[in-house]
Design a binder for this molecule. Structure first.
Ligand code: PRX
Length: 643
């Protein structure tokens, strides 16, 4: 899908005009300061938030553990709310919410402050204490933001679980985090239908004994069952709550949240972020990448269930006092121009979305955006997966109307905030490249031996404030996943990348057993575990194949147990089983039933060879296989199923 480099340079020349250097000197000096003394640079950046007590040391680094802003005291909710009470921002709109059916609600910073204070008291009344974990399983409604900020306010640790995850996935995360409270809604709207979140919750809670209370927000009024003594309506609790809750004084290194993400084993990892460094990273990068025009109406389309929703819906924008839109619903409801109608109606100036969405819009056709007034837009953003140059140019021309720079932002749940991205008005763009690391971020591309190369593994060379502090309850996995490959010297991102002659970074996707479907991270082993959980399945191997819209799609190779026959219902039943175990984002595109899987003599499944078959390439070296003949059979089977 990649374009020839020559056409990229032609396009970039065009973009130099658009990104002419406003504030260029200031940005250049940021890069300069960071390269001269990185810690001094971060110490200065940390002034972008308010501290109750200053820190004593900028960084204490004992690889692979970092402590940033040592002994500094702060509160994240205070930074997103209370500090704005002292300025005109108090009366500014913080959130504009639109529901799928067109309803609107909005909150000024003062109103949000009040709601968060009251809800903080609700949580305290239910016995939540500093350090307790709170699970949040909500659609994109303002209460999701309120719940996260209230948790932060009282020093609890939130773990937000994407509303599209199944009961089983929800349960696993609650159990791992030992969450005490669950905040959910009666349901969510999606394409005109109601998704009954509360009944999914009830199912999950059959086996999650740590939960003491469930708080339910009425969103769709579908009258769910409420369990006496465990379940409470949000509105009832709020009626009785006092109006002010003092923010807890948090240490810079106190945990702010755990967010589960997929890795290379069957079990998702609880990525731990702490308060000080994370908030500095989210606040500083929001300002740097998206700018700080007080009149901006910013819209990040990510769900709060993902890291993008944490850093660039909640903490970054609110800490910067921005006005933002949040939307609960689908992009094609009631019609395929819903996003563009939202931009027109709310005069959105910054749109931050994912390449999968852009490719879907391309498929739907430019007549949908062109029928709406998008002239309010000034900046576009992209996140979550590599953006192919065709999609980049379509986004630039048809949404940005050839006047808005695109910030292609590379980062991860683990990095907490944007690492590689252009700075609008400063960095000349190249369609499909996330350009350069931000100031203060030292990245490199290296080969197996750890030497810098123009193509290879993407690594981060030195600690940064918003880096993960570990995997919840699993220090060994933290070391092995991110630090072992180069003996603690580099943080390994799991991505491959190349650098061109001008030093631009081109992100090439994952090089491990993690796949990226529509910008959602899934572990191949996680899906394999779901498949082998089905009684008739003996073994499964999952790979990703290139997909024109989703970026990647899941293909599963499955062998059945001895006597099991491949019944016609089985393919659908297995797909459904994966949905039940994980959620619809993991539904396999294709299931291929084979008699055997390619394994080495030590029993390791060679997914690489399966990828060769699925992508129609010449099959690689099979000499290490226990039985090379297996490949011929799988090839024939694959061909048969695809003809
Ligand atoms: O492979 C990279 C891809 O998404 C992975 C991180 O996924 P997650 O933790 O779910 O966070 C997604 C939102 C930040 C990365 O390892 N990725 C993310 N952004 C980009 C990207 N790949 C290419 N270009 C990007 N801009």
């Amino acid at each position: 899908m990649r374009m020839k480099r020559s056409s990229l340079f032609a396009a970039s020349a065009l973009l130099q005009n658009v990104t002419a250097s406003v504030g260029a000197e200031e940005i250049a000096s940021l890069f300069e300061e960071a390269s001269l003394d990185r810690q001094k640079f971060w110490a200065k950046q940390a002034e972008c938030i308010e501290w109750f007590h200053p820190w004593q040391e900028t960084l204490r680094w004992k690889a692979p553990y970092a402590e940033w802003f040592v002994e500094g005291k702060l509160n994240a909710s205070y930074n997103c709310l209370d500090r704005h009470m002292k300025s005109e921002t108090r009366y500014k709109t913080a959130l504009i919410w639109e529901g799928e059916r067109g309803e609107n609600r909005s909150f000024t910073y003062e109103e949000l402050f009040l709601e968060v204070n009251k809800f903080s008291n609700v949580l305290k009344n239910l016995g939540v204490k500093k350090g307790d974990r709170i699970a949040i399983y909500l659609p994109m409604i303002p209460e999701a933001v309120v719940a996260m900020l209230s948790s932060a306010r009282i020093g609890a640790v939130h773990t937000v679980i994407f509303g599209g995850f199944s009961a089983e996935a929800l349960k696993d995360r609650i159990v791992d985090a030992e969450a005490k409270i669950l905040i959910t809604a009666d349901g969510a709207y999606r394409k005109g239908k109601v998704i009954p979140l509360k009944s999914t919750t009830d199912q999950a809670l059959l086996d999650a004994p740590s939960i003491e209370s469930v708080i339910v927000i009425e969103n769709v009024s579908n009258k769910p069952l409420m369990k006496e003594g465990r379940d409470y309506w949000y509105a009832d609790l709020m009626k009785e709550a006092k109006e002010y809750a003092a923010p807890e004084i948090m240490d810079a290194e106190d945990m702010l949240f755990i967010l589960y993400t997929s890795g290379t084993t069957g079990k998702p990892k609880g990525i731990v972020h702490t308060t000080g460094g994370y908030l500095v990273g989210a606040t500083m990068t929001t300002k740097l990448v998206f700018g700080s025009d007080p009149k901006d109406i910013y819209w990040c389309t990510a769900d709060v269930g993902w890291i993008t929703g944490h850093s660039y819906v909640v903490y970054g924008p609110l800490s910067n006092g921005m006005t933002q839109l949040i939307y609960e619903g689908a992009a094609d409801f009631p019609e395929r121009n819903r996003f563009w109608k939202l931009i027109e109606k709310h005069k959105v100036t910054i749109l931050y979305t994912a390449p999968t969405a852009i490719r879907t819009f391309m498929k739907w056709g430019e007549e949908w955006p062109s029928s709406c007034d998008l002239s309010s837009l000034r900046l576009l953003g992209s996140v979550g997966e590599p953006i192919n140059p065709e999609a980049w140019l379509w986004y630039y021309n048809h949404i940005g109307q050839a006047k808005c720079p695109i910030a292609d932002t590379w980062w991860q749940t683990e990095t907490g905030s944007i690492m590689v991205a252009p700075i609008a008005s400063y960095t000349p763009l190249k369609p499909g490249s996330a350009t350069f690391p931000l100031p203060g971020i030292e990245m490199a591309i290296i080969d197996d031996s750890g030497k810098e190369a123009s193509s290879g593994y993407l690594v981060i060379k030195s600690p940064w404030p918003s880096m993960l502090r570990g995997i919840y309850n699993d220090p060994l996995r933290y070391k092995e996943t991110y630090w072992k490959k180069w003996d603690g010297e580099y943080y390994f991102t799991g991505d491959g990348a190349t650098k061109d002659d001008e030093g631009y970074f081109w992100l090439m996707g994952r090089v491990d057993d993690v796949i990226n479907v529509s910008g959602h991270r899934l572990g191949t082993m996680e899906i394999e575990s779901a498949l082998v959980d089905y009684p008739l399945v003996a073994e499964a191997a999952v790979i990703a194949i290139a997909h024109p819209i989703k970026g990647q799609a899941v293909v599963a190779f499955v062998t059945l147990k001895d006597k099991a026959l491949k019944e016609p219902f089985l393919e659908d039943a297995l797909k459904e089983h994966v949905v039940v175990k994980i959620g619809s984002i993991a539904r396999p595109e294709k299931i291929i039933f084979t008699a055997d899987l390619p394994k080495t003599r030590s029993g390791k499944i060679m997914r690489r060879l399966l990828r060769d078959i699925a992508e129609g390439r010449v099959v690689g070296d099979v000499t290490t296989l226990a039985d090379p003949q297996v490949m011929r059979e799988i090839q024939l089977q694959y061909k048969e199923e695809n003809d």
